[in-house]
Structures are given as structure tokens and as C-alpha cells.
Design a protein around this ligand. Structure first.
Ligand code: GAF
Length: 377
């Protein structure tokens, strides 16, 4: 992939570029907790978005996507927003750096990657983080802190892409470290790295290939539900809520808002339980909590879909230790914690059963926890 992107750059722009990459992410547990001030437990993965970039001395950005096979040019003023949705991620990053009094001048770029789109692996965060990291290096002497680079990606989603997301995806994409998951407290923004090398188990993603689209989607509505309940309880975020507080307010809020908040309060505790279980090497408890999360995401938060529930059922039937829908929901992947000796049978069964019900096989991605944003050359 490196060679292809660099060759395309040289063919188009006849210059020698620098090459940067940033990663997609998995999340072991802690879904829809980030924008509620709770905990998340993500890690960066080997799948990346990569960009060849060089300043061009002009007052515009010229960028080509090797995967979408489209070329776009845009200026750097707020009114120059491009029509193509993929280009808005890059435009948004430029604008968010400029808003923070950072420097972005004209540049040429060619980018591509192997983070599957719409699979819940945060290809958009990888794209934002890759450009934020590169523009910090090329124009700002790396003076913008790494955490701020993640916030630049998050603000891009809010202000240019219509997704009112939390910080998890961009945080993981920027801060990821090989072989380590990160427990992030999304209220204090403190985080710890946890080595993740489950002896005797594998982590595998099964992609239903049902596409999710978070912009204008129920994702923003879920967030609004949580904010309504927090406001009703007189607290900043659901991080400070307990089930006792929620139950006391049950008759004053809608049944739907109650279910959403119930999931978030329970999920908050599950992340901490998983953290402790991981440190104790107790992967069966980790797996049990993953199933509980799936149940909550499916029944209370209602962000699953038939295909993902089916994949979760297959995992249970195969005796897999843990399985759940991963990411924002409404399609994408399940993440599965599988004992080595059950792995082959599980994958074969999942492929066969899913294909006979939905007419196509799910995609299988092995998870390798890797480094986040970095310069390649
Ligand atoms: C999406 C969002 F971008 C994240 O911020 C997070 O809320 C996640 O859904 C659900 O945990 O990936």
C-alpha cells in the first residue's frame, strides 16, 4: 500500500512526499459511554489510513483518494467547504487546526487505506487523525499535543460531518500503542495502557457487511436521550448517575430515555469490571461482560440489527467466551473473544450459518493491536 500511494503521488504531483498513517480501532468494552463521561477500553489496530503529503506553496489543498478514485481541490477558508463528504474530513481537520491558531498552508495529498468503511472500525477517525498528525508535523513543528489532535478529529465530526460523537475513536487512533489497550476516563481524560495478550484466546471481528451511517442517524438521537436524562437528574453527564437515581425518576421520563440511560449506567460498571478481570488474567469474566454489553446494546440501547444479533447467537451456540456488537452500531462487526481450540470451528460455523441465512459470508478480521498515528517516512 505504501508504494501504491507514493507512486500515485509522484505521478500526479511530481514531488517527493512524506508518508503518514493512523489506525482504525477496536473497543473491548465501553460502548456509547464516551459522550456520557464514562470509561472506554479501545486499542488501535493494524488496519490504517495512509497519506502521502507535501506542501505545495499554493493557497489550496489538492487531494486524491486512491480508494474512491476521486480528486478534489479546496481552499482553506470556512466558505471553501467541499461537496464530497470524504473531503470534508480533511477540510474539517484543516479548519479545526486553523481555529486553534495552528498553521495550515496549501498542500498536495494522496491517501488510501485498508480500514473497511462502515464496519465500525472508525475509518473516519483514522482519516482525520492521519491528516491532523501530518499537518501538525509539516506546518506546526509538532507543537499541538497528541490529545488535542484527537479533539481536532472529534470537532471535525461535530462541525463538518454531522456526527455528535465522543472522543473514543480519535483518541484510540492517535494514542494507540502496539500490544496495549487503553482504559480512558472520558470525564477526567486520564488514561492507562493495559498490555493485552490473552494467552490461549484470540480476538476476532466478524463483519456483517451491513453498512452503518452515523450522520443524521439514530446515533445523535441516542446522545440526546442521555443528555435529557442527565439534565432531568440535575447532573452534567450520566457518569454521575446511579440506578437508584434513575429508578426514582422513572415515572418522569419516557420509557425510551429510561432504557437508554439504564444501559449507560450498567455499561460504566462493566468497563471497570473488565479492567480488573483483565489485570487478573480472568478472560472468562471479560467474555461474560461482553455478552452483557451486547444484550444491553440490543435490547435497551437498540443499536443492534438482526444480522448482528444472529452473529451473537452463533457465538453463544459455539461456546465462544465473549461476543458483542462493536462501535456505534446499526451494522458493522461483532468483536469475539475465542479460545484457541474453538477458533476454527467458530469461524467455519459463523461463515456457513450466516451465508445460508443472508446469502453472503461475513468478513473475518483478525485483530492485532498496533501503534496509532505516526510518520512512516
Ligand atoms: C462511534 C462514536 F464515534 C464514538 O465516539 C462512540 O460513541 C462509539 O460510536 C460508541 O461507543 O464510534
Amino acid at each position: 500500500m505504501n508504494d501504491k500511494i507514493i507512486k500515485e503521488f509522484k505521478d500526479r504531483f511530481h514531488q517527493e512526499p512524506s508518508l503518514y498513517a493512523s489506525a482504525g480501532r477496536i473497543n473491548l468494552i465501553g460502548e456509547h459511554t464516551d459522550y456520557n463521561g464514562g470509561f472506554v477500553f479501545p486499542g488501535a489496530i493494524e488496519k490504517v489510513i495512509m497519506a502521502a503529503i507535501k506542501p505545495n506553496g499554493l493557497d489550496k489543498v489538492r487531494v486524491y483518494s486512491v480508494d474512491i478514485k476521486e480528486y478534489v481541490e479546496f481552499g482553506l477558508e470556512e466558505s471553501d467547504v467541499p461537496a464530497q463528504s470524504w473531503a470534508r474530513y480533511i477540510f474539517g481537520v484543516c479548519r479545526e487546526i486553523i481555529k486553534r491558531e495552528g498553521i495550515v498552508l496549501g498542500f498536495d495529498a494522496v491517501f488510501g487505506g485498508n480500514v473497511p468503511l462502515g464496519a465500525g472500525l472508525s475509518s473516519s477517525a483514522a482519516l482525520e487523525s492521519c491528516f491532523a498528525f501530518a499537518l501538525n508535523d509539516l506546518f506546526n513543528n509538532n507543537s499541538i499535543g497528541k490529545f488535542e489532535l484527537a479533539r481536532i478529529g472529534q470537532s471535525t465530526e461535530h462541525n463538518y460531518c454531522g456526527v455528535n460523537c465522543g472522543i473514543m475513536d480519535q483518541f484510540a487512533s492517535v494514542m494507540g500503542k502496539k500490544g496495549q489497550l487503553m482504559c480512558l476516563d472520558c470525564r477526567s481524560m486520564e488514561y492507562e495502557y493495559h498490555p493485552f495478550d490473552p494467552q490461549g484466546y484470540k480476538l476476532v471481528l466478524i463483519d456483517s457487511v451491513v453498512k452503518h451511517e452515523l450522520a443524521d442517524s439514530p446515533y445523535n438521537k441516542r446522545r440526546q436521550s442521555c443528555e435529557r436524562v442527565a439534565a432531568h437528574l440535575g447532573i452534567d453527564t450520566l457518569r454521575d448517575a446511579t440506578m437508584e437515581m434513575l429508578d426514582a425518576a422513572k415515572s418522569e421520563i419516557s420509557a425510551e430515555d429510561y432504557s437508554r440511560a439504564k444501559f449507560v449506567i450498567e455499561e460504566k460498571d462493566r468497563v471497570l469490571a473488565v479492567c480488573a478481570a483483565l489485570d487478573a488474567g480472568d478472560y472468562e469474566t471479560v467474555g461474560r461482560k461482553m455478552y452483557e454489553t451486547h444484550e444491553g446494546l440490543s435490547k435497551d440501547y437498540e443499536v443492534s440489527c438482526e444480522e448482528l444479533d444472529y452473529l451473537n447467537d452463533i457465538a453463544r451456540q459455539c461456546g465462544v467466551s465473549g461476543s458483542r456488537i462493536m462501535g456505534g452500531g446499526f451494522g458493522g462487526c461483532t468483536i469475539n473473544l475465542v479460545k484457541d481450540e474453538q477458533y476454527d470451528d467458530f469461524i467455519a460455523t459463523a461463515k456457513e450459518k450466516f451465508a445460508s441465512k443472508y446469502g453472503h459470508e461475513p468478513k473475518i478480521y483478525h485483530v492485532n493491536i498496533s501503534d496509532g498515528a505516526h510518520k512512516i517516512q
